[in-house]
Design a protein around this ligand. Structure first.
Ligand SMILES: Nc1ncnc2c1ncn2[C@@H]1O[C@H](COP(=O)(O)OP(=O)(O)OP(=O)(O)O)[C@@H](O)[C@H]1O
Ligand SMILES: [Mg+2]
Length: 317
């Protein structure tokens, strides 16, 4: 199976999303936009869903979305790969920009670079010449600029504030010229220079938060750093969204952290991802929650988050 075949949005999901029957949903597509998957449902090609959504007012304008927080292990990579795979399924021409020297997104998407394969560190100074060759295409609508340990050297080489402001932006501008409309950035769990550069490039920053005190502290620090970076560089402030991950309604600590968050940041958009064993299962199998067809909370929650993030709301007819 190619990545493309197991990575399609289904007419069953679309029917549930728009409150209609699978049969009615399938009438919206041309025969060449439907791919038989199993007895219950067909897949829809990214081209097909894009035609359908564009006709209903969804915008495929260029966006850079970064995942960042100082707190480690809280869901940046999970959010990056889930969002990117789903965005591609919805017909967005998506590129994952892996800036984390741990290369977790690259690993999860099966794109670990060889020693001599170029990564961000090698190409940021001349993206117009070097970027296209460095990208790994995973499917028609999904590519990745993989990462490896050498990206840790960025902190030493991006010393000049002008370079910090431009490095990630320059690469994103080139991705746009190459035809991408969505760039999803995975940042390391720090406030190193690569993260500062990503913050300068992003229109939206998604900050994953868990129920522990460190994660709330991580949120506060990340928010104040975003403000001071944008003020220092004279840049407009990005939109910020909180992604509350691993929520468990049965756990007092999880419910309390959620109410604390909504009290403290009543104006920040918040998406909730419930805790699910599905994430570790799919990771172990080299897949993502959207490259398997099982119905589960992980898939539902991320679909809701991605739909809000990318404004995939079909206008009423
Ligand atoms: N909603 C969830 N329910 C259960 N497990 C989850 C959920 N979200 C993420 N995880 C798991 O939590 C672990 C850490 O997630 P992830 O690697 O995405 O965090 P990270 O912020 O990228 O970490 P790092 O700071 O090391 O880069 C992974 O094993 C992932 O499968
Ligand atoms: Mg990570």
């Amino acid at each position: 199976m190619t990545h493309e075949q197991y990575s399609l949005l289904t007419t069953r999901e679309l029917a549930a999303k728009y409150g209609t029957s699978i049969g009615e949903m399938e009438k919206q597509f041309q025969p060449e936009e439907l791919v038989p998957l199993n007895a219950a449902t067909n897949g829809v090609t990214p081209q097909g869903i894009r035609r359908f959504l564009e006709a209903s007012g969804v915008s495929y304008r260029f966006r850079v979305i970064a995942h960042s927080t100082m707190r480690g292990g809280i869901g940046k990579t999970t959010a990056t790969i889930s969002t990117a795979v789903r965005a591609a399924q919805y017909g967005f021409k998506t590129c994952v920009l892996d800036l984390d020297p741990q290369g977790s997104s690259s690993m999860a998407l099966g794109a670990v670079p060889d020693d001599d394969d170029p990564i961000f560190y090698d190409i940021w100074q001349r993206p117009e010449e070097l970027l296209a060759e460095a990208l790994v295409q995973l499917s028609s609508h999904l590519s990745i600029l993989p990462s490896s340990l050498e990206n840790a050297l960025l902190d030493a080489s991006l010393l000049n504030p002008g370079s910090q402001k431009k490095a990630v932006r320059g690469v994103c501008d080139q991705l746009r010229l190459l035809g991408f409309d969505t760039v999803i950035v995975d940042c390391p769990p720090s406030l190193g220079i690569a993260v500062i550069s990503a913050i300068c490039a992003a229109q939206t920053i998604v900050i994953p938060v868990g129920s522990d005190a460190f994660s709330l502290k991580g949120l506060d620090l990340t928010l104040s750093e975003i403000n001071s970076i944008c003020d220092t560089f004279g840049l407009p402030h990005p939109a910020v969204r909180i992604l509350y991950t691993r929520h468990d309604q049965r756990e007092t600590v999880s419910r309390n952290a959620l109410s604390k968050l909504t009290e403290r940041y009543p104006n920040l958009p918040l998406a909730i991802i419930r805790t699910s064993s599905e994430f570790s299962k799919v990771l172990a199998a080299g897949e993502t929650i959207f490259t398997r067809y099982a119905k589960n909370s992980a898939r539902e929650d991320y679909d809701r988050h991605v739909s809000e993030l990318l404004e995939i709301v079909r206008q009423p007819e």
